[in-house]
Write a protein that binds this ligand. Structure first.
Ligand SMILES: N[C@@H](CCC[C@H](N)C(=O)O)C(=O)O
Length: 291
């Protein structure tokens, strides 16, 4: 089977985008892994499949697969590439687009400057919905929000704030993100037994109340140059813990993202406020692969 694809990137988080709006594209886990493989395939962190809408309330369906072939609920950088793709391919003339993921409805807006703003919806703090099972551990509370001490074995521990942006995140604060042992600690957090569906592990360095550096060891993909939902989760956690203000520039290894959340703003909408993410989205090349 020949598969036409578009290679895209958003802040260095890279994607193979497949247009399944005309006909379904049911790829097996092995085929997804092959496409994502950087030596034997095209190479990417995630595969995005764009589908016809399942209801009149949305413009498109959108499925996301990690490079290990697992299907996931949400992908922030991917959502921005999604908009660029459907606009550039002429699949829509709209500039505000509604898409259905496996568990959420997203609203995406292509801006005049070419960047994309995504309404990522409200963060989820309810532990079973993340899902996170503290297994009897007591949390440490700061400003009414909690960090959970995870035992990582061999004398290692990590204090993580846990939340979902549609997909699960565990965020830990570090003094210097460039020196943080992301490759060692990331997989231990990702597969920790407290997270029954694994988790994305974020490492957050706070530079000021409006500026942070972030690295994320992603569930099912390893460390990526940027993670959009990871940036949303890290900023929301930082705001809830009293470290950050409402609008934050997030510097990742692949580029910058702007995250805004008014969930703790006095007189604001409260914890159900949506998170807004703005950042770049670019096509890199197009091609065909024989599977
Ligand atoms: N790169 C993404 C997140 C992709 C999914 C994630 N690895 C998961 O398993 O939840 C982003 O930009 O949000």
């Amino acid at each position: 089977m020949k598969l036409r694809f578009t290679k895209m990137q958003g802040a260095g988080n890279d994607f193979v985008v497949l247009d399944a709006t005309q006909q379904p594209m049911p790829l097996t886990t092995d085929q997804l892994r092959r496409v994502a493989d950087r030596r034997f395939g095209v190479g990417c962190d995630q595969i995005l499949v764009i589908e016809a809408p399942s209801s009149p309330d949305v413009d498109f369906g959108y499925r996301i697969f990690n490079s290990d072939g697992s299907e996931v609920e949400q992908c922030g950088n991917g959502a921005r590439c999604f908009v660029r793709f459907v606009v550039d391919k002429g699949l829509t003339s709209k500039r505000t687009i509604r898409v259905q993921t496996v568990n959420a409805l997203l609203e995406l807006r292509l801006r005049e400057d070419g960047r994309v703003t995504v309404d990522m919806g409200a963060p989820i703090f309810d532990l079973p919905r993340i899902p996170f099972d503290p297994r009897g551990t007591e949390p440490k509370a700061e400003h009414g929000f909690q960090c959970w001490p995870l035992d990582l074995g061999d004398g290692m521990t990590a204090d993580v704030a846990v939340l979902s942006m549609g997909n699960p995140h565990a965020v830990q604060r570090v003094d210097d993100v460039d020196q943080a042992p992301v490759g060692l600690v990331g997989p231990l957090v990702e597969t920790h037994e407290a997270f029954p569906r694994r988790v994305n592990a974020g490492f957050l360095q706070v530079l000021s109340r409006n500026e942070v550096k972030l690295r994320v060891f992603e569930r099912g993909a390893g460390e990526t140059l940027a993670c959009g939902t990871g940036a949303c989760a890290a900023v929301v956690a930082g705001i809830r813990l009293g470290w950050l203000d409402e609008a934050v520039e997030v510097h990742t290894r692949g580029g910058d993202l702007r995250i805004e959340w008014a969930g703790m703003t006095p007189g604001g909408p409260g914890l159900d406020a949506p998170v807004y993410m703005t950042g770049p989205a670019q096509t890199v090349f197009e091609g065909e692969i024989e599977l």
